[in-house]
Write a protein that binds this ligand. Structure first.
Ligand code: HEC
Length: 140
């Protein structure tokens, strides 16, 4: 049984090396989904279609976030979406329509390329939300 044990530990070592060498792990849509449920679903709905429990109490109806790409001629406008979310994080809570999302800016920064080929250090949680919203885009 000894050779098996040895080869097992060689494998474990190799797997560890590979894990250690992978570049910075980028957030995924599933990470963003959790953040979305926590911070956004109350207005935008848990399916992101704009029918959250708080939607009717708002002066401006929250838009259907699954149609952003379609509304933009089929292209997901990552920069615009990012700055919209970022804008929310920066508003001071001055009324019921002004949620505070400062916590989304906490944590580490990850390199994000929004399509211009330039990697911009961006808060991980914002990138996670962006990935999630992009992942729920309707194709038609
Ligand atoms: C208190 C209700 C409310 C919450 C909470 C909320 N939103 Fe919104 N959102 C709105 C409303 C209303 C609009 C449309 C008017 C505007 O742009 O302010 C909007 C617009 C947007 C847009 C622009 C959509 C478009 O078609 O361009 C995005 C993207 C967005 N929200 C993402 C988010 C994300 C991500 C969160 C959670 C971090 C969030 N929202 C939380 C109410 C909300």
């Amino acid at each position: 049984m000894r050779p098996t044990l040895i080869s097992l530990s060689v494998w474990a070592f190799a797997a560890g090396l590979i894990a250690a060498c992978t570049p910075e792990e980028m957030p995924e849509a599933s990470d963003g989904r959790a953040l979305f449920m926590e911070n956004c679903a109350v207005c935008h709905g848990s399916d992101a279609k704009g029918e959250g429990p708080m939607a009717r109490a708002l002066e401006n109806a929250p838009p259907d976030l699954t149609l952003i790409a379609l509304r933009n001629g089929g292209t997901f406008p990552a920069v615009n979406v990012l700055s919209t979310i970022d804008g929310y994080t920066k508003t001071t809570p001055s009324g019921p329509n002004m949620p505070e999302f400062g916590a989304l800016l906490e944590g580490d920064l990850v390199p994000l390329d929004t399509g211009d080929g330039i990697l911009t250090p961006t808060p991980r949680k914002l990138v996670a939300l962006l990935e999630y919203i992009e992942s729920v885009q309707a194709s038609r």
